[in-house]
Design a protein around this ligand. Structure first.
Ligand code: CP
Length: 303
């Protein structure tokens, strides 16, 4: 059989052979070590770093990558997120990586989908793997979190990175400062104290900058002008940083807006280090998720 194009090309005995082989493969699925594993990457929003570092991580772990393109999928015919993920699970994906514009898109999935779902960013909600790679970068630099002052600057209200980082950094004992335009303060943010941009930059061990999330603003920032001078990391502000302080940014970067172009790859910048760390953190996350799924499967098999 060179191609499978029409059922009437298939003789009955060939059909029976295929069904038998399919049954064999189905039984073999529990032999996890010998079965190739598949991870599906579902990105419903643009991404460069998260998407490709997940893909590199998956390939380095020897996993098979299913890259889902929403524009070529049955989402275009009205299929729901749940049915899409349930389908991928049914056809053999061992884990799914999902980025989606809706806050907490995963609440409708988490109780019914058995394979691991790795959140690659949900709306203004969470970005756990970005947060983990940020933690790794800070740990490599300072060997601790306790007692560090870490300031997060800019569009806090719309930033899933800010929300994930502020919470975990506070939990790990860092002093979190927030700064940026009044309009983009997050009234729900209980993890950090708002101070002026100059005050935050002078006192921080880590200056964490954010992109302005225009795509989530719905016109509300149109009056804001002169952002770089008022709230950005200018060359003058960089001069006021502590000698061993570092600059971080989850990227993509708007050079000349939240950060002066000259500072993106300056001595204090760890921006590309963060991206490098993203691959290792995602490898670690995938490994843990797949190991824990395997343990659950074994428990269910022998229960
Ligand atoms: N930091 C981050 O999530 O970048 P991408 O949107 O390019 O994945």
């Amino acid at each position: 059989m060179r191609h499978l194009l029409r059922m009437n090309d298939l003789p009955a005995d060939e059909i029976m052979r295929i069904l038998k082989d399919a049954e064999r493969f189905k039984t073999g699925k529990s032999l996890l070590q010998e079965t190739p594993k598949f991870v599906a990457n579902l990105f419903f929003e643009p991404s460069t770093r998260t998407r490709f570092s997940f893909e590199v991580a998956e390939k380095r772990l020897g996993l098979n990558v299913l890259n889902f393109d929403a524009s070529l999928s049955s989402v275009q015919k009205g299929e729901t997120l749940y049915d899409t993920v349930r389908t991928l699970e049914a056809i053999g994906a061992d884990a799914v990586v999902i980025r989606h514009p809706d806050d907490e898109y995963f609440t409708e999935l988490q109780d019914s989908i058995s394979i691991p779902i790795l959140n690659a960013g949900d709306g203004c909600g969470h970005h756990p793997t970005q947060s983990l790679l940020d933690l790794l970068t800070i740990q490599q630099e300072f060997k601790r979190f306790e007692g560090l002052t870490i300031s997060i600057h800019g569009d806090i209200k719309h930033s899933r990175v800010a929300r994930s980082n502020a919470e975990v950094l506070k939990r790990l004992g860092a002093n979190v400062l927030l700064s940026g335009p009044e309009e983009w303060r997050d009234p729900l943010n209980k993890f950090g104290q708002y101070v002026t941009t100059d005050e935050a930059i002078k006192t921080s061990d880590v200056v964490m900058l954010l992109r302005i999330q225009h795509e989530r603003h719905q016109g509300e920032n149109e009056g804001l002008t002169d952002y770089h001078r008022r709230f950005g990391l200018t060359l003058e502000r960089e001069n006021a940083m502590k000698p061993n302080a570092i600059i971080m940014h989850p990227a993509p970067i708007n050079r000349g807006v939240e950060i002066a172009t000259e500072l993106v790859e300056s001595r204090k910048s760890r921006i590309f280090k963060q991206m490098e760390n993203g691959v290792f953190v995602r490898m670690a996350v995938l490994k843990r998720a797949l190991e824990s799924a395997k343990l659950n499967e074994e428990e269910n098999t022998y229960a």
